[in-house]
Design a protein around this ligand. Structure first.
Ligand SMILES: *[C@@H]1O[C@H](CO)[C@@H](O)[C@H](O)[C@H]1NC(C)=O
Ligand SMILES: *[C@@H]1O[C@H](CO)[C@@H](O)[C@H](O)[C@H]1NC(C)=O
Ligand SMILES: *[C@@H]1O[C@H](CO)[C@@H](O)[C@H](O)[C@H]1NC(C)=O
Length: 240
């Protein structure tokens, strides 16, 4: 009886250690001087999103990407869609002590996501949030965030349109192919002058959402705002 009991204790201990270490290894933040390589990842606090290097099937290209931890929906964000790193070049994401957030490769050029003003002594950290936003901040001030650089996926909390602070136009653009995240033919953007969502194909208008209008759903007794050309009763988008 005794050996059985102690082996059961060992099993319990191993399970406990497994959970302890899986907690420890699921970090959500890079501090200055930290890096991620192709076998390490950040996982958001509630484990909803993961950030790491992603290689599309049957390619040798590495991309810094964010994806849902559970399921196989593929990346929702790519950091270097125009600049893949060959797998055998040891891609790494680094938050340097000089305040740069960069993707490096052995023997090649590095790709800069953000560079702090060099004369400032800031203490920077980069955290993957449960919203899917990867945020670089210094003492609570956001300096750079992945939500400002959308790829092809709009997540709740992201915006389309003109960012009045940076004058950048937030828009989505499709992947060029199933395994090639470089910007493809289609974009989705918000045109504030006509208050329409517009899909363009190679820069030409392909589809517009129409005007935002009040729409009354009889079944649910609801009044919602919907675009004219969105399918009714199929998907209800409640826009604010
Ligand atoms: C990634 O970094 C970890 C920790 O430094 C190391 O153990 C591992 O071998 C590295 N993996 C690669 C592919 O370089
Ligand atoms: C990827 O690299 C490996 C090893 O160098 C090579 O055998 C393979 O053909 C490459 N695959 C593609 C799709 O280029
Ligand atoms: C930068 O600030 C940290 C604390 O915030 C301090 O320890 C460090 O000495 C400072 N470095 C420089 C170069 O001023």
């Amino acid at each position: 009886m005794q050996p059985e009991k102690s082996s059961r204790r060992i099993v319990v201990l191993l399970i406990f250690l497994h959970f302890l270490f899986s907690q420890v290894s699921s970090l959500d933040t890079l501090k200055q001087g930290d890096n991620l390589n192709s076998s390490s990842q950040l996982v958001s606090a509630k484990r909803i999103f993961t950030l790491g290097f992603h290689t599309p099937e049957n390619t040798n290209n590495s991309y810094l990407a964010i994806w849902y931890t559970v399921g196989s929906r593929g990346p929702v964000w790519i950091g270097n869609r125009e600049k893949p790193v060959p797998n055998n070049m040891n891609p790494e994401l680094t938050l340097s002590t000089r305040g740069q957030l960069i993707i490096t490769q052995s023997g090649g050029e590095s790709f800069e996501l953000y560079a702090a003003e060099s004369n400032k002594n800031q203490s920077l950290s980069a955290t993957l949030l449960d919203t899917g936003n990867f945020v670089l901040s210094s003492n609570g001030e956001i300096l750079w965030q992945s939500f400002d650089h959308p790829t092809d996926t709009l997540l709740p909390g992201m915006k389309l349109g003109v960012n009045h602070r940076t004058r950048r136009n937030w828009k989505l653009s499709s992947w060029a192919g199933e395994r090639n995240p470089v910007s493809g033919a289609f974009t989705l953007e918000w045109d504030p002058s006509v208050r329409n969502l517009i899909v363009k194909r190679r820069g030409m208008v392909y589809w517009t959402s129409g005007e935002l209008e009040d729409y009354y759903i009889e079944r649910g007794n609801l009044r919602v705002k919907q675009f004219e050309n969105f399918p009714r009763e199929v998907d209800i988008f409640n826009l604010m």
